[in-house]
Design a protein around this ligand. Structure first.
Ligand code: HEM
Length: 288
């Protein structure tokens, strides 16, 4: 009998390590202590925020009720954002201390991380490119939130689809054995050779997009899109979940078939997101 593992947590922690290493050069795994506890707390808070974002809110449907915050969601969201801000304040302050201690070293080898560069821009007060601490915090929160939940949700669905499709699992295992071998670690240079795994991920993103309504659009000015007038201030949701399961776009759309993506004809780059000829239809777009 095997041991239970939480794929989402493993994927979330891995991505959080990758992205925090990219942004400020240290991560939960190599720092430990209070810093690691802060980031551990971040997953809980991010989950609460995502849950709130996904909960239907009457204020979105009847905007004049929004000032009453009938479900208390606005208040709850503000509470969670305070937590996020506290975590990022801690990280930035700690980073500022480390950076000032290491200033000579950093100058010596000329290497700076993303946060160090942003903090330098903050100090250039007369420069139009200058950032303030609020911009920096917003940018970092945006990137960390955008990177972590999406990637861990995707990894969890990939594992679920592989487990439910033994023939797909066999092909993935065979490819990994051939390209990497049994006792080696996957390195970045292996990725272009993992064509089948790449197709499995693309097929997973088709059926289970981590952001099924993308990010809402809201035009500054009234405009026309595809013959429809979108008044200024309208909140527009694009239902990619429906587009990607539409039989007008895909043959047997509910079937998990990574082979669709093996011929390089369809991809997530450019504008051809489908194996049919129709793209978003009015029923896939919600406005209010
Ligand atoms: C499976 C992984 C991912 C998926 C499915 C995904 C999906 C998306 C989608 C659908 C959007 C909105 C695009 C739009 O509506 O215009 C978006 C925006 C964004 N993504 Fe990703 N993403 C993933 C991974 C990442 C990673 C790893 C990072 C950073 C390291 C990242 C950073 C961003 C940022 C900064 C934005 C813009 C947010 C904004 O406009 O405020 N994403 N992503």
């Amino acid at each position: 009998m095997g041991t239970k593992i939480d794929i989402n947590k493993i994927a979330f922690d891995t991505e959080l390590n990758v992205v925090t290493n990219m942004l400020w050069g240290c991560s939960k795994s190599n720092e430990g202590g209070e810093f690691a506890d802060m980031l551990e707390r971040f997953r809980e808070v991010e989950f609460k925020i995502i849950e709130l974002m996904g909960t239907p809110n009457i204020s979105d449907f009847i905007p004049f009720l929004s000032r009453f915050d009938l479900q208390g969601m606005n208040q709850e969201m503000l509470k969670q954002l305070e937590h996020v801000e506290r975590i990022f304040n801690y990280i930035i302050e700690k980073k500022m201390k480390i950076s000032s201690n290491k200033k000579d070293e950093a100058v010596k080898d000329g290497r700076k991380d993303f946060l160090e560069i942003l903090l330098e821009l903050k100090e250039e007060k007369n420069d139009p490119k200058s950032f303030n601490i609020i911009h920096i915090k917003a940018l970092l929160i945006n990137i960390v939130v955008a990177a972590t939940d999406t990637t861990s949700t995707m990894a969890e669905w990939v594992m679920a689809e592989i487990l439910n499709n033994p023939s797909v699992m066999k092909k993935v295992q065979d490819e990994l054995t051939e390209v990497i071998g049994m006792n080696s670690i996957v390195e970045e240079y292996h990725l272009p050779k993992l064509a089948y795994l790449d197709a499995v991920i693309k097929e997973t993103l088709r059926l289970h997009p981590p952001l099924p309504f993308l990010i809402q659009r809201c035009p500054d000015e009234s405009c026309k899109v595809g013959g429809y007038t979108i008044p200024k201030g309208t909140v527009v949701y694009i239902n990619v979940w429906a587009i990607q399961r539409d039989s007008k776009n895909w043959t047997n759309p509910l079937e998990f078939k990574p082979e669709r993506f093996l011929n390089h004809k369809y991809d997530y780059n450019g504008n051809n997101f489908k194996d049919g000829s129709v793209c978003a239809r009015p029923s896939h777009v919600m406005v209010h």
